[in-house]
Each structure stands twice: as structure tokens, then as C-alpha cells.
Design a protein around this ligand. Structure first.
Ligand SMILES: Nc1ncnc2c1ncn2[C@@H]1O[C@H](COP(=O)(O)OP(=O)(O)OP(=O)(O)O)[C@@H](O)[C@H]1O
Length: 858
């Protein structure tokens, strides 16, 4: 026993203990079994456990601890040990649990870990451990808990790793984004698993069918990976105990997993940010314990089952950015615990549900960009915790009800509807109300003076029929554009100053005369300044913000004025047939790309808005997100997400373009998938009509995003055609039939243009080819060469190694079919996607090398 205390003191001597947490570890004390964190066996008085978690310790973990012969539990979690994984701990052969989580450990996981053969729990999570996960770990057959989450592990998950780990109850490899692996089938044989956490861990490929063997599973998190394919049929039937299923932020497709509710255990279902399609089946009503339902950002469609709304435990309901339709049921008499409902950007119709205000837990209701109509229910704002309500961009009518109980309301957005009547004065009594957007309605009467009590960050009442004087605090702090479009409004700084009361007028005659003199001088001065200003504005080709209307599909928190101010030369990043592109920084710090379209056909705001809504609703990982737009007669500003890597066209034109083949293939597959979505998967088919490498932007991880699709809808056919005609380079992408005036735009035309992009990727050269003295586009150049004996290989980009040649020739073959002169000879976009996908490399695990074998076998 005395030697055990010596061993502990040696262990302590290499540790920094700034808070003296180990002060009672002292040579003078009678028994070390009372020391902080030490547990001894009652029978033998020998140390069985050292638990020093969360004590701010740093320094070295000394191997002396392993000389405690009965040490079975070592917990040093939540400290600041900053060293290589201590190899010597493998000498602690009696260890049953080892927890070194949440330190600053680094290096690779040594194979010697295999010596800890009695381990049932190993937690190394939240460190900086890198390299492959060693196969030797798979020999620890008693492991029940294996947590390697939040590290820097990389490489492939080798199937043998999991073969012997049949006792595992928890497996956590999450948050290791540098892993790059398919999901090993073998995980499906770990039949005792209750928690499988593999989120954000570089996984790709399908969810194996073997997962049907995970019958004890309660938590499955595969979110934030690149998983594709469908959820295996019968998965819900097999995992009846499943309480959390998170498959969000992948590339999964297929229909809603109808069987997830069979076990009735599901509490959280997250399928958002995938490509699921079809309806949500009525069977969802059987998920009686469901609390969180998130299916946003997919392509689900159809009506939502009405029983979903009355699930007794449901708190979070997110279904925005889908294609749902139909009406919502009334919530009168429904005992609901709903807290947050977001169903924006769908095609719901009918009335806003009666009884919504009776759901007293509701703090956010957001249903913008739908087709809701009719009056608002009188009690809509009655939830005492209501904080955010967004019903903008619908077709709602009637007056805005009074606000009585919702004293927590922070944001109210009712913009772009057909509300009439007055602005309710009760709005001014809501103490934390900060954002009010009731623009684009038909509201009349005065702006209630009560509103000046509020500390507003946004107050937009533009384009209504309001009249009377604007309370001064509302004029002074906010952009004038938020009041525009209300000819009856008056006040300081507005086009109409308010009338001075008659009594005052008489008593102020003298002052008036003086004022007139001063004013004449001032007016003269102003006219001069205004003249100069107009000349200045015209010279800078800027537009008066007062003539602008805007619709933002995302909260950009920027005014048209600020946006217009930012459209200066130094922010310009490119110019195309339709106008210039500028990069603009939002007040929140993010960047957006703003494209100015010259709308020479002067389409009305309503028409433009409905067309742009269709473009904005097209959501796919391979489409550039349209965030909003501003409109004035003659010009439209489209606001897109900003992709800092620029376009494929930019890359192709850079000298020494040298993307490797796998990257080019990835760009081709992604762009084809984007096009496929526009042609076939999106409810209202969109023809791109301007497919070219300049309109393929490069996102993170080189995921391509198609841009500039469907502009013909926004600016009208005539403007569109004349813009395209002005861009010489675009001709290389146009199919031969484009010139025929009788030909309507077709899918085949887009396929031709895409074929040209494929040729650019294969040859590594931009479509427009200056060769000899004539200008030859890439299609003609390739055709000439291909017709020569042995000509095809000559046109492949020589910068790409010979091993990819076979695949490149296959893509060449496909590109030639896409660019066939006769449209009917071209493949469909589905066929194009399939052919390209068939060339995607399958990543085989590297051969097991010596370093991966347990140390004894090297
Ligand atoms: N969303 C964006 N993010 C980052 N850069 C962009 C974005 N949109 C455009 N750009 C940049 O601006 C350049 C010009 O784009 P633009 O679309 O105006 O021209 P284009 O594609 O050559 O012609 P067209 O007007 O016929 O589509 C692009 O090549 C790209 O570098």
C-alpha cells in the first residue's frame, strides 16, 4: 500500500495542478484511499480507480500510474493535457474503462491500444488525434463504448475494424470531417448498438441494408455527410426502439420512410437538406411521441397529414422550402404544445388556421411565400410567448387584428399581402417589438403615434395607402425608403412636409417673410445641388432608391439604399450579357453577389415577382441560391449567394488550368444533376437556356452550382434574346436549331449546351477557340479531330494523366452525342447524369499495410 501511494505521488509530480485540486495527495496522510479521485477496493485496499476529471490539470500523464496492479478505471477527462497519446498507458493492462476525452491530446492512435484487452469503455473524444483509426482497435472485443468523436481522424473505415466489436452499445465517430469512407456493412451486425453517432464524418455512398440488424438502436445520427441513395426499406420496422433519427444534410433521395413510426418511439425526426420527394404519409400520425419534425429543404410535395398538427408532444415543425400544398387544419380544440412552426416557401393555400392563437406555447409561426388567403383569425396573436410571426408574400386580406397578449413579439412581417384598414395602435404597446414589415399592402389611415414608443430596428410600411404625419422618431432613425409609396404621408425629410396649423400661420407672418427669403436662397442652392447631384447620379448610373421595391427570401437585413450604394466599380466581379455582377457585404458580414438585369421590356412588378419566386423556389445542392431581388422600372437586381471560387469558365480561362480528372467529373456530374432537377424534378419545369461554363459556379468542396437559369421568365423573351445575342461567346453553346425563329426553347437545347461544357472539361479549353486565323468553337474543333485517324486521344487535355484516358474518351463520346446536330439524337438529361455517374470512382480501401496491424504482427 505504501508503494501505491508513492506511485500516485510520482504520477502527481509530473502534473501541473494550478487549483491545488490534488493538495490532499500528500506523503503525510495516512491513507491514499481518501485522496481526491482515488477509490480503493474494500477487500484489498488497493487502488481500483483514479478519477481526476475536470480539475484543470495539465503537464504529463506519467506511466507510473500503470504500476497500480488493480487500476481498472482511469478518468482524466476535461483537463488540459497537451501531449501525444501516451503510449505507455497501454501498460495499464487491467484497465476496464479509459476516459481521456476533452483534452488537447494529439498524434495518432497507437496500435498498442490492443494491449488493453479488458477495456469495455474507451473515450478519446474531443482531442486532436489524427491519422487512420487503427484496425487493432477491432481486437478489443469487450468494448461496449467506443467514442472517438470530434478528433482529426482521416481515411477509410476498414470493415474488419467492426467485425469483433459485437458488444458495442455506443459507437461515436462523429465530427471527424477528414474521414472519407462508405458506411461499412459490418456496423449493421453490431446488434447491441443503442447509439450510433456518425454525423459530420466524411461518409458517402448508401446506407447499407445491413442496418436493419440494428434492433436495439435508439439514436442514429448520420447527418452532415454525403450519403446518397434511399433509406433501406423496412428500417423503421427493424429499429422499433428508435427515438432519434437524424439523416439531415446529406444527398439522400426517395420517399419518406413510411415505417419510422411503427415502433411509436420516435421523438426526433430530422430529414432536412436532402432530396427526398413525394408526400408525407398519414402513418406519421402514429408517431405519438414525436417532438421534433424537420423535413425542410427537400422536394416533398402534397398535403400534410392533418393529424400531424395534433400530435400531442410536437414542439418543432419545420417543413419550409418544399412543394407542400393543400390547406392547414384548424387548431381549435387541439391540445397542442407546438412552439415553432416554419412552413415558408411552399404552395399552401386556404386560411391561416383558426385556433393558432390558442396554442399558448407558440413562439414562432412562419408561413411566408405561400398562397394563404382570407382574413387572419382574430386570435392569431394571442399566444403569450409569440416572438416571431412571418406571413409575408401571401394573399391575405382583411384588417390586422389587435395585439393584446403577445407581449414577447419581436418580429412581425406581413409584407406583400392585401391587408386593408389601419395599423393597430396596440402594436405600440408591445415592449420588445423590434422588426415591423407591413410593406406592400393596402393599409390606410395614420401611422399610430403609439409606435414611437418602440425601439425599432426595422419599420417598413412602404407601398401602402397611409396618410398623415409620420411620428418624428420614426422618420429620423430609419431609411426613407421604408416610408415610400405612401403619397399621403408627410413629415420632415419626406417629399410632403406637413401643413402648419392656421392659428400659428397668422402669428408668424414676419417670421414667414424672413423664412421665405431664406428659403428662396436655400431653394436656389438646393436646385443647384440637386442638379449637380442628378448629373452625378446619372454619371454613376445609379438609381433612386425611392423607385425600388424589394423581396427578400432570406433575412438579408439590408435596405435597397445600402445595396445600391454598394454597386460601385470596386465591387464589380464580372459582367455578362445581362449586366454587371457585384459582390456586396451584408451588415451581418456575409457576402452576396448582386446581378443587375436590364429589364428593357418593363415587365410589371407583380409579373416579375411571381416569376422570380418560381426561380427562388428551385432549391437543389447544385443550383445557386437566389436570396432576393430588388425591382425598379427598367432594372432588376437579383441577389444570389456568393461563391468565392468563381465560375468554371473563370477557371478554364486561367493560364495553366489544371483541375484533375476526378474534380472535372465531379463538376460535370453536379451540373448535370442541377439541370436534371430543373428539367424533371422541379414542379414547374425550368429550361436553363444559358448553360455554359461561366454559369457553373464552384462551391465548397468543388460542388458545382448552376446559376443564371430561367432569366427569360424574368425579363421577357424579347429582352432575353437581344441580351444573349449581344454576348458573342454564348454562341458557342447554342445548338444549331437556336437560330430558327420557329423553334421554341427545348430541353434538347440545354443538353447541347451542356455537351459543350463537357467538351471544355475534356479538352481543358474554353469553348471559344482561336486557332490559326479563324475562330473555331470547341464543338467544331473536336469534330474535326475526332474524324481523323487516332484523333480522339489527341484532343484530351494532356495535363491529365493517361490513367483517366478511358473515362475521358467515354465522356467525349457522351459529349458528342449531346452536341449532335439533330436534337432527337441527343440523350436526355437523365441519361447524361446516369452515364456520368457510372464513371464516378469507387474508392476502395487502401491495402492493409504493416502500420495498421497490431504491433505484435508487424
Ligand atoms: N453568385 C456568384 N458568386 C460568385 N461569383 C459570381 C456569381 N455570379 C457571377 N459571378 C462572377 O461574375 C462573372 C460574370 O457573371 P455573369 O453571369 O454576369 O456573366 P456570364 O455568365 O459570363 O454571362 P451571362 O450574363 O450570359 O450569364 C462570373 O464569371 C463569375 O466570375
Amino acid at each position: 500500500s505504501s508503494s501505491e501511494s508513492d506511485l500516485l505521488l510520482t504520477f502527481k509530480s509530473s502534473i501541473d495542478d494550478p487549483t491545488s485540486a490534488l493538495s490532499n495527495w500528500s506523503p503525510n496522510s495516512t491513507t491514499h484511499c481518501d485522496w481526491t479521485g482515488i477509490t480503493c477496493s474494500n477487500a484489498t485496499s488497493l487502488v481500483t480507480s483514479v478519477d481526476l476529471h475536470n480539475l484543470n490539470l495539465s503537464g504529463d500523464i506519467s506511466p507510473s500510474i500503470c504500476r497500480l496492479p488493480h487500476l481498472s478505471h482511469l478518468n482524466l477527462a476535461n483537463n488540459f493535457f497537451n501531449q501525444l497519446i501516451p503510449l505507455q498507458l497501454s501498460q495499464c493492462t487491467a484497465l476496464v474503462t479509459l476516459n481521456l476525452s476533452n483534452n488537447l491530446l494529439w498524434g495518432t492512435l497507437p496500435d498498442q491500444i490492443v494491449l488493453l484487452s479488458d477495456l469495455t469503455a474507451l473515450d478519446l473524444s474531443r482531442n486532436r488525434i489524427a491519422g487512420q483509426i487503427p484496425l487493432s482497435l477491432g481486437s478489443l472485443a469487450s468494448l461496449q463504448v467506443l467514442n472517438l468523436g470530434s478528433n482529426l481522424f482521416s481515411g477509410f473505415l476498414h470493415p474488419p475494424l467492426f467485425r469483433n466489436l459485437t458488444q458495442l452499445v455506443l459507437l461515436d465517430l462523429s465530427q471527424n470531417p477528414s474521414l472519407a469512407s462508405e458506411l461499412p456493412q459490418e456496423i449493421g451486425s453490431l446488434s447491441k448498438l443503442r447509439s450510433l453517432l456518425l454525423q459530420r464524418s466524411g461518409l458517402y455512398g448508401p446506407i447499407p441494408r445491413s442496418f436493419l440488424g440494428l434492433r436495439e438502436l435508439k439514436v442514429l445520427d448520420l447527418s452532415q455527410n454525403n450519403l446518397s441513395g434511399k433509406i433501406p426499406l423496412g428500417f423503421g420496422l427493424a429499429s422499433l426502439k428508435l427515438a432519434t433519427l437524424d439523416l439531415s444534410q446529406n444527398m439522400l433521395s426517395g420517399s419518406f420512410p413510411t415505417d419510422v413510426c411503427y415502433g411509436k418511439s420516435l421523438i426526433e425526426l430530422s430529414l432536412h437538406d436532402n432530396s427526398f420527394t413525394g408526400p408525407i404519409p398519414n402513418i406519421i400520425e402514429k408517431c405519438s411521441r414525436l417532438e421534433r419534425f424537420q423535413v425542410q429543404d427537400n422536394s416533398f410535395a402534397g398535403a400534410l397529414p392533418s393529424g400531424l398538427w395534433s400530435l400531442p408532444g410536437l414542439k418543432l415543425f419545420r417543413a419550409e422550402n418544399n412543394q407542400f400544398s393543400g390547406e392547414l387544419p384548424d387548431l381549435v380544440g387541439v391540445s397542442s404544445r407546438l412552439e415553432q412552426v416554419q412552413i415558408d416557401n411552399n404552395s399552401f393555400t386556404g386560411r391561416i388556421p383558426r385556433g393558432l392563437g390558442l396554442v399558448h406555447t407558440m413562439y414562432r409561426f412562419s408561413a411566408s411565400l405561400n398562397g394563404f388567403s382570407g382574413n387572419l383569425p382574430e386570435n392569431i396573436f394571442d399566444s403569450p410567448v409569440l416572438s416571431i410571426i412571418n406571413l409575408s408574400h401571401n394573399s391575405l386580406t382583411g384588417s390586422i387584428p389587435e395585439f393584446s397578449t403577445c407581449r414577447k413579439l419581436v418580429s412581425l412581417s406581413l409584407a406583400d399581402n392585401s391587408f386593408t384598414g389601419n395599423i393597430p395602435p396596440s402594436l405600440g404597446h408591445l415592449p420588445v417589438l423590434t422588426y415591423i414589415d407591413i410593406s406592400d399592402n393596402s393599409l390606410s389611415g395614420k401611422i399610430p403615434s403609439e409606435l414611437q414608443n418602440l425601439k425599432l430596428a426595422l419599420f417598413n410600411v412602404s407601398f401602402n395607402q397611409l396618410s398623415g404625419s409620420v411620428p418624428p422618431p420614426l422618420v429620423s432613425g430609419l431609411p426613407a425608403s421604408f416610408l415610400q409609396g405612401n403619397p399621403g404621408l408627410c413629415g420632415p425629410g419626406l417629399p410632403n412636409p406637413c401643413n402648419v396649423p392656421p392659428g400659428k400661420r397668422r402669428s408668424n407672418t414676419n417670421r414667414l417673410i424672413w423664412a421665405l427669403i431664406v428659403m428662396s436662397i436655400a431653394v436656389g442652392f438646393m436646385v443647384l445641388t440637386a442638379g449637380l447631384y442628378v448629373v452625378y447620379r446619372l454619371s454613376r448610373n445609379k438609381s433612386n432608391p425611392c423607385t425600388w421595391k424589394s423581396v427578400f427570401f432570406y433575412p438579408l437585413r439590408i435596405t435597397e439604399e445600402e445595396l445600391l450604394m454598394a454597386l460601385v466599380e470596386k465591387n464589380a466581379i464580372g459582367e455578362g450579357a445581362f449586366g454587371k455582377v457585384h459582390v456586396v457585404q451584408l451588415p451581418g458580414g456575409e457576402f452576396v453577389a448582386v446581378k443587375r438585369l436590364l429589364n428593357s421590356s418593363n415587365l410589371s412588378f407583380r409579373k416579375v415577382k411571381s416569376e422570380i419566386k418560381i426561380l427562388a423556389k428551385a432549391r437543389h445542392r447544385n443550383l445557386t441560391k437566389l436570396l432576393g431581388f430588388c425591382y425598379s422600372k427598367g432594372t432588376i437586381l437579383l441577389i444570389f449567394e456568393y461563391l468565392r471560387k468563381g465560375s468554371l469558365g473563370d477557371a478554364l480561362r486561367r493560364p495553366g488550368f489544371s483541375f484533375e480528372w476526378s474534380l472535372r467529373l465531379k463538376l460535370a456530374i453536379g451540373s448535370a444533376q442541377g439541370l436534371l432537377y430543373l428539367h424533371k424534378d422541379y414542379v414547374s419545369q425550368i429550361l436553363h437556356r444559358n448553360m455554359k461554363s461561366n454559369n457553373i459556379l464552384i462551391g465548397d468542396d468543388f460542388e458545382p452550382k448552376i446559376s443564371d437559369f430561367g432569366f427569360d421568365r424574368v425579363i421577357g423573351e424579347t429582352s432575353y434574346k437581344s441580351s444573349v445575342a449581344s454576348e458573342l461567346g454564348s454562341y458557342c453553346y447554342m445548338p444549331p436549331e437556336y437560330g430558327c425563329s420557329s423553334k421554341k426553347p427545348t430541353e434538347e437545347m440545354d443538353v447541347y449546351s451542356f455537351g459543350v461544357v463537357l467538351l471544355e472539361l475534356i479538352t481543358g479549353r474554353p469553348a471559344e477557340q482561336p486557332e490559326a486565323r479563324e475562330t473555331l468553337d470547341v464543338v467544331k474543333l473536336v469534330r474535326r479531330k475526332v474524324n481523323m485517324t487516332n484523333g480522339a486521344p489527341q484532343i484530351l487535355d494532356p495535363k491529365i494523366s493517361g490513367t483517366a484516358q478511358r473515362d475521358m474518351l467515354e465522356v467525349l463520346e457522351l459529349a458528342l452525342r449531346c452536341t449532335a446536330i439533330l436534337p432527337e439524337k441527343r440523350p436526355s438529361i437523365i441519361e447524361v447524369v446516369r452515364s456520368l455517374q457510372s464513371l464516378e470512382p469507387i474508392i476502395y480501401p487502401p491495402m492493409c499495410s504493416g502500420e495498421l496491424l497490431p504491433s505484435g504482427q508487424q
